[in-house]
Every structure is written in structure tokens, then in C-alpha cells.
Write a protein that binds this ligand. Structure first.
Ligand code: FES
Length: 177
């Protein structure tokens, strides 16, 4: 009697384990991508720290109302970190370019991103403004809004002068890719 039941019971046990393994595998393979999406692993190789930027025009040679554009280093790929912002920009957001501006004797450093939807603004030297090519927003040289649809000023970047007037150090992130 026991001999007759053993093969059937063994087959049932084997099928049970097989089904359990298949169901577990399907569940894990279905849930794993969701978990990775919700809790992504930390990006490899990212380091926060000041980025050294060489300016085309030294700070001490900027005249009032003048601005000089700069971009984040591409090798390794880097970005600046916005210190503040409104609209499409927010503190901690990344910018891949900016402007050093001399305004009423004060130097300020602005991110290039339009606060409307993030397009790169261009310096309008004649009008001493920053103009956005996407939807026509314009900003004063100090970053405040001159014309919408942007409703918020350009973001500032945190910076300090480097070893000479041709160099600035801007808070940023080396992206590592
Ligand atoms: S993104 Fe600049 S005006 Fe829309």
C-alpha cells in the first residue's frame, strides 16, 4: 500500500515545488523592476563640489550691465546646482550653463535656464537682457522678469572667485558619465 502511494506523492511534491518556484520567479521578476523604480540605486560616480570655470572676460573687466556666458565642463560631464528658483527651476536643480553679470557694481551668477519651461536664455547685449527663444520671455540683466510668460526670475548659482579674476568656482556636480 505504502509502496503504491510513494511515487504519486513524490510526483505531487515535485509538481508542488515546481509550481512554487515558477510562481516565485514570476512574482520576483514582476516586482523587482517596480522596487528599482521606487528606490533607484545611487548614481555611480557622482560627486558634489565646486566646478572651476575659466571666464572669457575676467570679472574685474566687466562693465556695468555686461554679462559673460559660461558652460559646465563636459569632460567629465558636469552641471551646476541652482541655489534658488521658481517656476520650472528649483533649488537643487541642475543647470548646464550660466552667466556672470555685473549689475550696478555687484557681480552675480545666474543659471541659464528659463524659469518658464527651462529653455536656455540668450544674452541680448544691445538690450542688456536675457531673452528666451522658446516662448518669448525676457529677463533683466539682474535676472528679474521683464516679460512673460515666465513669472519667476532666473536662478542664482552659488559661486566664489577662483585663483584670479578670470576664474570662478561654482557649486556643481560631476555626473560621472
Ligand atoms: S521656456 Fe522660456 S519662455 Fe518658455
Amino acid at each position: 500500500m505504502a509502496d503504491a502511494a510513494t511515487p504519486r506523492s513524490t510526483r505531487r511534491t515535485f509538481l508542488g515545488w515546481g509550481m512554487a518556484i515558477i510562481i516565485t520567479s514570476l512574482t520576483v521578476s514582476g516586482i523587482l523592476p517596480i522596487l528599482v523604480f521606487l528606490w533607484p540605486p545611487p548614481p555611480k560616480g557622482q560627486t558634489k563640489g565646486p566646478l572651476t570655470i575659466a571666464l572669457d572676460t575676467p570679472i574685474d573687466q566687466l562693465s556695468d550691465g555686461q554679462a559673460v556666458k559660461f558652460t559646465a565642463p563636459a569632460s567629465p560631464n558636469s552641471a551646476f546646482i541652482m541655489a534658488d528658483g521658481g517656476g520650472d527651476n528649483a533649488p537643487g536643480d541642475l543647470a548646464f550653463g550660466g552667466f556672470v553679470v555685473m549689475n550696478q557694481g555687484k557681480v552675480q551668477v545666474l543659471a541659464i535656464n528659463c524659469s518658464h519651461l527651462g529653455c536656455s536664455v540668450a544674452l541680448n547685449e544691445g538690450a542688456k537682457s536675457f531673452d528666451c527663444p522658446c516662448h518669448g520671455s525676457r529677463f533683466h540683466i539682474d535676472g528679474t522678469v521683464l516679460r512673460g510668460p515666465a513669472a519667476y526670475p532666473l536662478s542664482h548659482l552659488t559661486w566664489k572667485q577662483g585663483q584670479d579674476a578670470s576664474t570662478i568656482e561654482v557649486d556643481g556636480l560631476t555626473l560621472g558619465f
